[in-house]
Design a protein around this ligand. Structure first.
Ligand SMILES: *Cc1c(COP(=O)(O)O)cnc(C)c1O
Length: 457
């Protein structure tokens, strides 16, 4: 008997009751952070030699700590990239935990990994990458990008011995997500940023490559295009960029962490043409595919290259590679060894609802962006900065200073009404502070949008 398992029955009931209530609550309290000292003052010491008891700890969480959280699935949370996990996925996240599955190797995790791979098959289909392409679920877009970048760099080094001692170079644009630059530091490669936040074209990329000096050109091993920029929902010219990468024989990675869900939306699928020619793709199911945190995914045109880069060696690991354990080992295709089968909640929700429901829910996000665009055009106080793209809308409140946008954000947040944050948009050499909506939650209503716009008066 585990000595940490006393009082189990009552605690189980409490936790399940709370979870069910929270999952079915479509309008959770929009909490706000408190200072750490303030929280400590209210909550007191919770980690003590004797323990404070489950009931006490849970009460503190419910009454105090959960109110210092901004629930990311609130229908008027339109900041950053919000989320909206399905109830089915959240419930199955509990099942995933309860089942104690080790998701690194088929030998232990076969049943769970089988389900993940079924969901992965659908993601790969959405990209229309050729036969043989496949991927794994990761902790998020950052880990997916890192896993792809390591694979690209190792492949480049293995192609030519004289690349071994060289520092790699990647090209992307300033529209790329911050994680690309951050992960370039992790693998110690340089990043050349094309100075445009608008849609990166194959021509611009080719001009940049043509302008490299011979040593830079030798060091160039990968190009990262964005399939839906986080700031504005812009999809780069993936087909043109693919042609340039093909010609130059450099790795072509598409970061579609946010936009990837839109591959399922017929109304915008054409914007992603060319993604099928990439070497690797990042998609975050925890963004626009309604999975709970955390769940990212990386897909490779040639998974063997990922395996060459990521498979870990160790005498205690040999058994997993043995004939008797043969099967797909997720740990061999990304940076993590021990891993949660974090694709499992997505699998259950997809299996339950069917992919058509997913299509509809994603199309709703795009529709909400178009509706918001119309409302902004009809409102004399505001104007669009650019046409809505995917589910992102950038707009300005005429006459407002950066300070006004900030005050507006805090006012709505403090009132527990909405979380809508400003961003910056580059115009020429200047950055302008503007307002931004990002729609993910299909339960956001036009009334929500109208009421938020009304707060700008
Ligand atoms: C969110 C995002 C990432 C980072 O993903 P995490 O899941 O937060 O690690 C990477 N790229 C793009 C385009 C994103 O929108």
């Amino acid at each position: 008997m585990h000595n940490l398992d006393i009082d189990l029955v009552e605690m189980t009931m409490d936790v399940m009751k709370y979870s069910i209530n929270r999952i079915t609550n479509r309008n959770p309290v929009l909490g706000a952070p408190k200072k750490e000292e303030e929280l400590r003052k209210i909550v007191g010491e919770t980690i003590t030699p004797e323990g404070i008891g489950g009931e006490n700890a849970f009460q503190l969480f419910k009454d105090v700590l959960s109110r210092a959280i901004v629930p990311i699935d609130h229908p008027r949370h339109l900041a950053f990239v919000p989320a909206s996990p399905t109830k089915a996925a959240v419930m199955f996240d509990l099942v995933t935990s309860a089942s104690s599955i080790h998701g690194a190797y088929w030998m232990e995790g076969a049943g769970g990994i089988f389900c993940e791979n079924e969901a992965m098959k659908w993601l790969v289909e959405l990209t229309q990458m050729p036969e043989g392409a496949f991927g794994v679920f990761t902790s998020g877009g950052t880990a997916a990008n890192l896993s792809a970048m390591v694979t690209a760099r190792e492949h480049w080094r293995s192609k030519d011995e004289s690349n071994q001692g060289e520092k790699g170079l990647m090209i992307t644009s300033i529209g790329a997500h911050s994680s690309i630059k951050a992960m370039a530091k992790v693998i110690d490669v340089d990043v050349l940023l094309i100075n445009s936040e608008d849609r990166l074209t194959g021509e611009e990329l080719q001009n940049t490559i043509d302008g490299l000096d011979p040593h830079q050109r030798k060091r160039l091993f990968a190009v990262v295009a964005t399939g839906g920029t986080t700031n504005a929902g812009i999809v780069d010219d993936l087909d043109g960029i693919a042609s340039s990468c093909n010609k130059e024989e450099v790795w072509f990675h598409v970061d579609a962490a946010y936009g990837g869900g839109a591959l399922a939306a017929d109304s915008v699928r054409h914007m992603f043409n060319g993604i099928e020619r990439s070497d690797s793709v990042t998609i975050d199911p925890h963004k626009w595919l309604f999975s709970p945190y955390d769940c990212g995914a990386v897909i490779y045109r040639n998974p063997e290259l990922a395996r060459n880069a990521h498979a870990q060696e160790g005498s205690y690991l040999d058994i997993f590679k043995d004939e008797g354990a043969r099967g797909f080992n997720p740990s061999e295709y990304q940076i993590q060894l021990t891993r949660r089968v974090r694709g499992l909640p997505l699998w259950f929700s997809l299996a339950m609802h069917g992919t058509d429901r997913y299509k509809e829910a994603i199309e709703r996000g795009i529709e909400l962006a178009l509706i918001a665009g119309k409302m902004i055009e009809e409102n004399p106080l505001v104007e669009l900065v650019r046409e809505p793209s995917l589910s992102c809308v950038l707009f300005r409140r005429k006459g407002w200073t950066p300070e006004d946008y900030k005050n507006w954000t805090y006012k709505n947040h403090k009132a527990g009404f909405a979380l809508v944050t400003p961003t910056k948009w580059k115009k020429g050499d200047e950055f302008e502070t503007v307002a931004r909506f990002c729609f993910i939650n299909p339960d956001t209503t036009t009334k929500d949008i109208q009421e938020i716009l009304d707060t700008m008066e």
